[in-house]
Design a protein around this ligand. Sequence first.
Ligand SMILES: Nc1ncnc2c1ncn2[C@@H]1O[C@H](COP(=O)(O)OP(=O)(O)OP(=O)(O)O)[C@@H](O)[C@H]1O
Length: 574
Amino acid sequence: MTAISRRDPKFVIGLILIGVIAAIGVVGPLLAGDPDAINDMGLTPPGGEHLLGTTQTGQDVLSQITYATRGSLVIGALVGVMATLLSALFGIVGAYAGGLVDEAFSLLSNVMLVIPGLPLVIVISAFVPAEQRGWWTIALVLAITSWAGSARVLRAQTLSLRNREYVLAARVAKERPWRIIGVEILPNLLPLLASQFVFAVIAAILSEAGLSFLGLGASNSATLGTMLYYAQNGFALQLGAWWWFAPPGIIIALLGCGLALINFSIDEIINPKLRIPAARLADTRRQEAGRVDQAADDAVLTVANLSVTYRGERPVQAVKDISLTVRRGEILGLAGESGSGKTTLAYAISRLHRPPAEITSGTVAFHDRAGTAVDVLALPPHELRTFRWAKLSMVFQGAMDSLNPVMTVGAQLEDVLTTHLPRLSAAERRARCATALELVRVDPRWLRSYPHELSGGMRQRVMIGMALLLEPQIMIMDEPTSALDVVVQRGILKEILRLRDELGFAVVFITHDLPLLLEVSDRIAIMLHGEIVECASAEEIHKQPRHPYTRRLLGSFPSLTGDRGAFVRSGGAR
Ligand SMILES: Nc1ncnc2c1ncn2[C@@H]1O[C@H](COP(=O)(O)OP(=O)(O)OP(=O)(O)O)[C@@H](O)[C@H]1O
């Protein structure tokens, strides 16, 4: 169990509730007397010999509760297992196999989905003679009627997973289908399966109680539902014998509540990406907020002692105590091999990092043209949203694919203005969008087009135009052109340089392509294993690289006049 699951109050309360109820069901019957033993004290209130009183025929309610809890738990667990297995079979196997199998399985799931569950359960239960309706029969009936919805969800997830690179790679490597399903796909579906299991258990316990109440439940076994049924038949409510119907009712409610609470935390427990210790950073940040750097006069962004860790079984400190100043209007290149922490740093600066990434120390200060300093890591969510477009904007590698395919380019640009500058008139908005496109050399007539009508290069230009819409003072560009061919890439880079000169914003330009950075950057910071090992002007980096890694990085790129450097051949980093 991970730290978060141990401390998450929802999970802990859920676990305690289920633990206590499971103990009643498992251990209770061993200690309690015969639940069917009849004595002559019918409807005795709680106290003395009978802690929870007696039924109309003088049976001990406490003994009955222990057996009934066991019965309901068994039915819940049986249905949970059966419904999960059925939904996995029809959802995962069907979607992975594809073709006729998938069509047949989908058809069956769809048919099961359109048949209303409760009436079907009532009909099936009514057909089974009362003396044969035990735990197993009722569990089977409930499982058959409850798997289809989950199967649809699992199918959709599997269809998406089967096209992921790692699954395709396993298929190319000729791994056997069962191995691919078991090793590549199933572990990714575990949070979903676990939550569907818990949901199936809750639904089964409640449905069984409902069926029993109607006299269609596990009539030859003891369950919380049959207890309620007999209490109702014995006029417990009318006779004021609350001790007969209240305990089973309360246990059903607590069971549902406990399982639902556990369900809330299941994703965090099973999904390794979300396993973050409960230790909150707020305190550290508060301590550090006081020392938001007093930056040099021309600084637009100061990063001080920033550290970012990916939490998990084996935590990875991807950014280690980095301090960095971005000057107003400069292009600061950030280079380093894959995995050196460039993207993590960019995301942390713009506070776009997501769990399991966690900023463990440091500050990020933005120095507004107006003279005020903004502690970026302490900004509340609504101010952060405004800050991100208006002061600092981002263009990432796949940005061009983030345009919504069913909205025109113009509508998407206008959306940004409507959100951030609601007072602009429609005509002003249109004019600003046209200017933004002109800035990135895309004809404004494309505003009426849909993204698929534009080439990749044009879409990336549109994204840069969008990032410039609110005239930010700094732009973070993470591999903004690597998805494009060299000619288009050159064109866009020239555009970025021209726009920087025209509008005066600073750029943090991230790429592993050092020669490209040498051309476009004013200064270059070299990252290695989460640290900045060298930061100097582009010329110095080119002519007098000081750090051995910078020299090896420079040597690793082919030159037009010589051989490829030794770095690529030797492969090592340090
Ligand atoms: N979600 C994650 N969980 C755990 N570790 C991660 C995660 N994302 C990145 N890392 C680790 O953090 C380190 C830095 O990764 P990052 O993506 O920031 O590097 P990068 O220099 O941007 O690489 P690239 O150029 O390939 O994008 C790597 O060691 C990586 O394994």
